[in-house]
Each structure stands twice: as structure tokens, then as C-alpha cells.
Ligand binder design. Structure first.
Ligand code: 5GP
Length: 297
């Protein structure tokens, strides 16, 4: 590589001035964080939304050491835990690192991060009952309402239990990228998670609960690695069969098909972050809600 010619004198002066101004701007951010007039998270988020800001150009190490009470040793440990190298700047973080740093800073501020929690489990384990209990008793949790092409069962309401939509409308939602994930469940109807309400709830700091099938849980893990996956287990296999037959809303052929799906689904439990046994609905619901507030799997 040939050496670059020296910039003309005026450019060097201008560049020098710009560098001084950038350093001063970064020093002002650090001073604001150190005096608690601004949070480190606010500074990081400014850096993420504006790649040319002083915040984007700050090293994570600089940002963290300006937080009152965080010395160099703890900062070095935090960076190692977060998987962020010592040289990284705010604007240069990948999406997983941003999520990890945001969670870390929120925890330092004593805030429980908003979470996307997926509740999955075998057919008839009682996911609907547990999530229904959460919906009624924990109004702070945003409950995702899925779209489905299945017809409504007696007592089910459009917009409450599901959005009951036509095949054409489901096609439209897929084409418009309005679904976070979707799947064909039990080889029959399509079910999908509308994305806009979830984005809005998370942005407003609420936890979000999705009650979806295993394929859906896997898709969510792909597109949102920070999601927490909970698997609801029956107390025993016999109890699961009893619950499946006991519901009585499906034909024997449909029941057989669901039993087969349940057997396959149970085998996937180890892919999940947590398991909750559904012995008693209120107890299981409480455990799920508690897990929403735990800071790390
Ligand atoms: P049901 O027809 O009994 O209400 O639900 C059948 C299955 O579809 C359940 O296992 C439920 O978890 C799953 N399901 C409901 N909504 C969604 C969704 O939006 N996406 C996916 N992948 N599965 C869903």
C-alpha cells in the first residue's frame, strides 16, 4: 500500500478541531452519566439511534466506568460476561450485544427488563388455562392474540381469544410481514403471531406472553434470541391423555392426531429455558409470571 499523502495544512487543522470537539462531546456525556443527570442506558440508546453522535463513538468501557460505583475491575468483568471486547464502541455493537448491554444497564438501574416470554407445551397440557389465568390476574402482562384460520369454538371471541381470519387474510398478513412467526398446527389450520402489538408493548416496557406451539417457539427463538422459552409439562403422561380426551371438543381421529403431536412435543422439552409443571393452574401461572421477572436464564 502506498503511503497516503499528508493532508493539506488546513485539513489537518480542521480534522484536529473535529477530533477535539468529538473528545469534548464524549467527555460531556461521561460527566452527565457520572453526575447521574443522565443514565448510561439513555446515552447508549442515543448512540444506537444516531451513528454519528458522540455517544456512538464512545467505547463501552468508557461509558461503563463513568457510572457511579463501577470501577475498572467490575467493568472488565461485566464486559467479559457480556461478551463485549474492550475496544468496542457503542455504535459498533451487534444486536445481541445491544440486548445484553441494555439488560445489564436496566438491571443496574433496578428495572426488570421487558421480556418476550413464550409459553409452549404439549397439546391439552393446559396452556390456554394457564395463559387465561395470567390474562385475568396479571393485567401488566401484554397477552399476544394470535391470528388463526380455524373457525371459532363456542364461547371464543374475535380479538380476545384469536383473530379469526380467512385464508386470504392470513396470506395477506404473511405477505405484509405482519407476523412474527406462523405455523400450520395439527396439520390443519394456520396460526400466527401479529408483530405490531408486540413491538408496541415491548417498547412501552411491558412483558409480553405468547402462547404458541413448539414450531412457533422455535421460530421466535430464531428471530428474537432474547426471548425466554417456558415449557409447560403435565404432571404425568396419563394425566395428559385424560385432559386431552376430557376436553371432548374434537373427533376421535382429531384426538388421536393431537395425542401423536403431544408425544413429539414432549420430547422437545429440553430445548426450553425453563419447565413448569401444570399441577394447579394458579400455581403454574404464578411460576410463569415469576420467570418473566428473572434476569437471566
Ligand atoms: P387451539 O386450536 O386449540 O386453540 O390451538 C392449537 C395450537 O395452536 C396450540 O398448541 C396453540 O399453542 C397453537 N397456537 C396458537 N396460536 C399460535 C400462534 O400464533 N403461532 C403458533 N405457532 N401456534 C399457535
Amino acid at each position: 500500500m502506498s503511503p497516503r499523502p499528508d493532508p493539506p495544512q488546513v485539513d489537518r487543522v480542521a480534522a484536529g478541531k473535529a477530533a477535539v470537539a468529538a473528545r469534548q462531546a464524549r467527555a460531556a456525556v461521561k460527566a452527565a452519566v457520572a453526575s447521574r443527570s443522565r443514565t448510561a442506558l439513555d446515552a447508549a440508546e442515543t448512540g444506537w439511534s444516531d451513528a454519528h453522535s458522540a455517544e456512538a463513538g464512545m467505547r463501552i468501557r468508557e461509558l461503563l466506568t463513568s457510572i457511579p460505583g463501577l470501577g475498572p475491575t467490575r467493568v472488565a468483568r461485566a464486559l467479559a460476561e457480556l461478551g463485549i471486547s474492550d475496544k468496542k464502541r457503542v455504535g459498533g455493537l451487534g444486536s445481541r450485544q445491544r440486548v445484553a448491554l441494555r439488560d445489564y444497564l436496566l438491571r443496574r438501574e433496578g428495572v426488570v427488563p421487558a421480556r418476550l416470554v413464550v409459553l409452549a407445551g404439549p397439546t391439552a397440557v393446559g396452556k390456554g388455562a394457564v395463559s387465561g389465568y395470567i390474562r385475568e390476574n396479571y393485567p401488566d402482562v401484554h397477552f399476544s392474540v394470535s391470528a388463526t384460520t380455524r373457525p371459532a369454538r363456542p364461547g371464543e371471541e374475535h380479538g380476545v381469544h384469536y383473530y379469526f381470519v380467512s385464508d386470504d387474510e392470513f396470506d395477506r398478513m404473511i405477505a405484509a410481514d405482519e407476523l412474527l412467526e406462523w405455523a400450520i398446527v395439527h396439520n390443519s389450520y394456520r396460526y400466527g403471531t401479529p408483530r405490531p402489538p408486540i413491538d408496541a408493548a415491548l417498547a412501552a416496557g411491558r412483558s409480553v406472553l405468547l402462547e404458541i406451539d413448539l414450531q412457533g417457539a422455535r421460530s421466535v427463538r430464531e428471530v428474537m434470541p432474547e426471548a425466554r422459552l417456558i415449557f409447560l409439562l403435565p404432571p404425568t403422561w396419563d394425566e395428559l391423555v385424560r385432559r386431552l380426551i376430557g376436553r371432548g371438543t374434537e373427533t376421535p381421529a382429531e384426538q388421536q392426531r393431537r395425542l401423536e403431536t403431544a408425544r413429539v412435543e414432549l420430547a422437545a422439552q429440553d430445548e426450553f429455558d425453563y419447565k413448569v409443571v401444570n399441577n394447579e393452574i394458579a400455581q403454574a401461572a404464578q411460576e410463569v409470571v415469576n420467570l418473566m421477572a428473572v434476569s437471566a436464564p
